[in-house]
Design a protein around this ligand. Structure first.
Ligand code: ATP
Ligand code: MG
Length: 414
């Protein structure tokens, strides 16, 4: 892609009313555009990053046996009445509307009840289980506060997976496999070292749920961790009784600020009993389905990554999720233009994603933009260096600068 074709523009100014670093940088670099507090557009650049994150999650969910689908965003009142969660006093973040005939509808803030309602139509016998389904889709939540940029949206992308198992053993295996899959996701996103599997509240069946919490100053959560032993507990459940139960000493824990990037719940048969979601076992007896739910905050992750990987010049995308691998700059006259055009073509032919700054602007602006946008490698083709047949390669993450021949450059990037 050529910079001259991007409809977005970079900006030096901090966007008015935006206090979150992630949103400030993403807006300035042209990844997102603000519609209102908690609601953002993902532009050409932003969508590329989002799709890279989604693809990593998708691959790991498929690897544990998840089947992808897309649920509807408009939901019926009856779907949620079964568990009383249509009531605004029970769930305070609904966005609701009405059909022309007055029928109430809600915008999906979660899909737990909706998934169960759908799966009930297909799962009747033990032969139909296990079933594990997931989607990567937009959720709507009327959040009270939205000051964390894309880390807390009123409209945001979530990956939500739901497991339906025959019995506790099958359920536990999938639950543990998914914990491992989540670890691989965070590894591939470059945040595994700072992400803790955390004991938290809200397990409907077991006492605890597991949250995946990433150390991040802009996060809204507080957890207590032991780095060596790799244990973590959310402050919400931090009391003497729980510490004793988990065999953790208060003295060995360190308090850190975190962002919840994912969570998993073990429902056992609680949810299926509430919704009468059952199957007939091999002896002809009715059994309730064992269920779990597994969330990952996709857009929140993008925000957390920007919070963690940036400097005073801009974003520093970790490997695997960058929108482009190379930012190609040309400086000078006809020769530079010609050579840069060639390099652009050659890199594309090698399957390398390139953002080519083909604009007629001051070199300083090209350099500044390449840093703000945060692409891992910057290649500069200039008349001056071409006199010695050399190209400059700069790594965004450490500023390392080297001069290479044409051949060396293609080798290094390929
Ligand atoms: P939080 O405590 O942060 O409000 P939650 O417990 O409401 O999160 P879930 O409903 O379980 O979260 O959603 C699953 C995942 O979706 C969360 O772990 C988080 O990463 C992400 N998430 C939740 N709310 C938002 C939001 N408003 N904006 C962006 N991501 C969100
Ligand atoms: Mg919430």
């Amino acid at each position: 892609m050529k910079v001259s074709n991007l409809f977005t523009k970079t900006s030096k100014d901090i966007p008015a009313g935006e206090i979150a670093k992630n949103a400030q940088l993403l807006i300035r670099a042209g990844y997102i555009c603000k519609v209102m507090s908690g609601v953002y557009i993902y532009t050409t650049l932003g969508l590329r990053v989002l799709e890279n994150i989604k693809q990593i999650i998708r691959e790991e969910m498929n690897a544990v046996g998840g089947q992808e689908l897309t649920m509807s965003s408009l939901q019926k009142k009856e779907t949620w009445d079964l568990t009383s969660r249509w009531d605004d006093k029970v769930v305070d973040m609904w966005f609701k509307s009405k059909l022309k005939d007055g029928t109430e509808v809600g915008f999906a803030w979660s899909h737990e009840e909706a998934i169960i309602e759908m799966l009930k139509q297909y799962i009747v016998s033990y032969k139909d289980l296990p079933v594990n389904v997931y989607q990567i889709q937009t959720k709507f939540r009327n959040e009270l506060r939205s000051k964390s940029g894309i880390m807390r949206g009123r409209e945001f992308v979530m990956k939500d997976m739901y497991s339906c198992s025959l019995d506790a053993a099958q359920h536990d295996k999938f639950y543990n496999d998914t914990i491992d899959a989540y670890k691989r996701v965070f590894e591939r996103l470059g945040i595994a070292n700072d992400t803790y599997v955390t004991f938290a509240s809200g397990g409907a069946f077991t006492q605890f749920s597991h949250e995946f919490q990433t150390i991040c100053d802009a996060g809204e959560d507080v957890i207590y961790i032991n780095r060596e032993k790799n244990i973590a507990i959310n402050e919400d459940v931090m009391n003497d009784e729980n510490l004793a139960k988990l065999g953790i000493n208060r003295e060995e824990l360190e308090k850190v600020k975190t962002a919840e990037v994912g969570n998993i719940f073990n429902f056992g048969t609680k949810k299926s009993e509430d919704t009468d979601f059952s199957y007939i076992n091999s002896n002809g007896k009715k059994q309730f389905v064992y269920m779990g739910s597994y969330g990952i905050g996709v857009t929140r992750l993008m925000g957390v990554i920007v919070e963690k990987f940036s400097d005073d010049k801009g974003i520093i995308w970790p490997e695997n999720i960058e929108p482009f691998k190379v930012y190609l700059i040309r400086i000078g006259g006809e020769t530079a233009v010609h050579r840069a055009d060639e390099i652009y073509k050659e890199l594309l032919e090698k399957g390398i994603e390139v953002l080519y700054d083909d604009r007629d602007v001051h070199p300083g602006q090209k350099f500044a933009d390449s840093e703000l946008i945060g692409i891992p490698y910057r290649v500069t083709v200039s008349d001056r260096m071409l006199e010695n047949n050399l190209y400059e390669l700069v790594e965004r993450k450490n500023g390392q600068k080297i001069q290479l021949t044409h051949e060396q450059l293609l080798d290094k990037l390929g």
